[in-house]
Write a new protein. Sequence first.
Length: 623
Amino acid sequence: MGNIHLINIYYLNHRGFIAELDSVEAELELVELQISDLLDKQSKLTSQKNTLLRQLEDACSGVGPSSSKSAGPAISKQELKQYDDFPWSKELERHLKNTFHLSTFRPLQLRAINLTMAGRDLFVVMPTGRGKSLCFQLPALCSEGFTLVITPLVSLMEDQIMYLKSLDIPAVMLNASSSKEHAKLVMAGMSDPKAPFKLVYVTPEKIAKSKLLMSRLEKAYKAKLLSRIAVDEVHCCSQWGHDFRPDYKLLGILKRQFPSVPLFGLTATATSSVLKDCEKILCVQQPITITASFNRTNLYYEVRIKDSDNEALMSDITSLIKGKYKNQSGIVYVFSQKDAEMVSSELKKRDISAHPYHANMDPEDKSQVHRRWTSNKIQVVVATVAFGMGIDKPDVRFVIHHTISKSIENYYQESGRAGRDDHPADCIVYFGFADIFRISTMVVMENVGHKKLLQMVAYCQNVDRCRRSLMAVHFDEVWDDEGCNQMCDTCRYASMDITCHAKQVVQIIEQAGSMDEKVTPLKLVETWMGRGPAKLRKMIQTTNLPRLQAEAVIVSLLLQEYLREDYSFTPYTTYFYVKLGRKAPLLKKETHSVSMNMKTAGDGPSVVSSSYSPQAANSAGSK
Ligand code: ADP
Ligand code: MG
Ligand code: ZN
């Protein structure tokens, strides 16, 4: 009697917990919905704020009316008109066409140029590759004397000097490896009223350490030959930025010694707190900051489920490159050097002109691949992330990720190499189950590496929010919400009930647990599909789902916390096991249901839609 009573109490307690858990769950879901609404609202307000700030700036600076948008299509002729009646406008136009051989300005370039020509201190925040350098190179040609440019890396300096030389623009550099004679020549030229060069590039170390340079600058300043100071990659000043360089911290001396010379900071990565810090360090008071939107409206974002069968995957990629992207230039990003070799040889086998690119190649081979791709002799570069700096091909029509990036920020940078000419271009990620764990074990040592990776996974797994809105969260201060205009794939998804699948998966892990076995993600899929060890197979229900859907369900259960990850370290490698997550007990309840979104049929040539019908899966459910 007593026993039964006790059991009843346990049972009631247990039921009490479950009921409470359920109501907390429900409340959480509500909160998540509210968060999502608030995020949308935040992005709208931020863009409204930016517009107002811009109008205010213009009102204060007296330099031309504001364009209503900070980015988007190139500035129209009409808009250009509003900007072109300054004393320097004719000369700018002439140099743009005849010296730089460019036809129009990109968004915000002309505004930035007019502001610095008007003598304002200015910070420009623009995504990489948008053309920040022109904003000081062109003014340098239209001003007396020379422009001093601070650049953190000698390689960046060399690239720019080479480019300027090819345009017959006199430019020189000073760095640790400059010869004595060269340095002497440069120093003498600085105070020459004939201004033998229009741009002088120096490293911050030179400013910090060379008294001779400072005294020459002093002389040039007095002779009114120092026309402007450009600090490239200005975020390097701030310890809060991701690329702090101690010598940048000493650059405040420039504004203190040369207060009347306009200072011009440029960066692709500053948040407003980093910029505030840079202002302080550089001793500029109330500079005007102009920010180009990081929203690349011409890029189409899509995620495809990656087939674990390499043959099927390669033929999917091939049909894209030979179909939609026929004769068009692109990049395929891969995880490792081995993958670069493998994927490029697979593509070659299929008659695609593809070449690998990775850090372990001979420098000469690397630059040859880069050159031949730039001149369209190679269609596709199959590259690791080593292919990054200095890529500046305007007509890249597709960036395909054979493996997901390790964070959304990385993905934004890598995919952003597409469509720099502002024409439409596609960014496609192949989202593979096993890749998550490959990257996971790689970033496990990085502080926030795992969290960032999960954000990338959530971006891929996401099926109900616009892909742009997911990116926007990471760039909230520099993202203008201009709408997506169907330039991402998520609007076409439908929700499906996966409760019965979830129960089966949880059962497998429970069974394995009772046998004291740990389950890797791959073993979990195999077992669930009926390919596991016989003793387990007898005790569980196997699934009829095709492998890709089975994998997608498991990832979704991980993200929804019905499952969780469990790392195990050995001296040689890191293992990833799957365990039951926080929400797993909820599945014991009859009324609890789980759903996930999936592509529906008719979404175009996606791997999922060809073999998957949501109706069939729904009717198999046991709601
Ligand atoms: P950022 O410093 O913003 O990363 P860069 O100044 O290096 O970008 O410029 C990237 C590329 O864009 C360069 O090849 C440059 O010639 C090109 N570019 C700049 N302005 C224009 C323009 N108005 N029209 C066409 N191409 C441009
Ligand atoms: Mg730059
Ligand atoms: Zn969208």
